[in-house]
Design a protein around this ligand. Sequence first.
Ligand SMILES: C[S@@+](CC[C@H](N)C(=O)[O-])C[C@H]1O[C@@H](n2cnc3c(N)ncnc32)[C@H](O)[C@@H]1O
Length: 218
Amino acid sequence: MRDDITNIAIDDYLASLMPPRPAPLADLEREGYQKGWPLVGPVEGQLLYLLARMHGTREALEIGTATGYAATWLLRAIAPAGGRLTAIERDPARIALARTWVTRAGFGEQFTIHQGEWFSELGQLAGPYDLVFLDILRHLSGEGEALRALAMCVPLLRPGGLLIADNVLCNALVLEDDAAPTVRGIQEFNRAIMSHPELESVIVPLRDGVGICRRRDH
Ligand SMILES: C[S@@+](CC[C@H](N)C(=O)[O-])C[C@H]1O[C@@H](n2cnc3c(N)ncnc32)[C@H](O)[C@@H]1O
């Protein structure tokens, strides 16, 4: 198994190959790293961008948007073709930052953010979405919460739609037998996406692990 140092070196190597990002994204990245804001980073940002582009995503949803970094990557892919991103975030200060950064990137009109807890906000959304990016798994400590998130996301996807989930390897803690509740929830989530009757899925060991699922259309 690769050790932590090797994993970090590979992440740094992949990031070093990335072409420069345009100004608002590069500025957000720099400030985010300085201030310890959570963000997926340029390599996973590029993965989100490419998946959304290749998939022809129009309507996207992000659950846990923080300061709008991943949102900006997604909007770069979908906004030029008339797509829109809806987001959910509970922290008002982060919502203000996300609005500022996304507007600075030129996508303010295509971005709607709902303030509140993920489950109540998600319950109000009708969908269908072409792509859902679930980025709160490491925050879910309640029993069955990660499975509940999955159960609520799948019906919101149109057939053929993509569910992308971040942090599904949880810093390799998913390998532990006697894991903490949050990690146990992610282990259950991973088993569920890999055997879900409505999904075809893969887990990519990029950064903290990215689950990529497609809702079947038969
Ligand atoms: C990992 S960060 C998102 C990073 C963002 N996707 C990006 O890469 O730019 C997770 C976000 O989810 C939010 N969050 C955590 N628990 C939540 C909950 N129960 N309801 C709504 N938002 C929540 C946190 O405030 C945090 O900003």
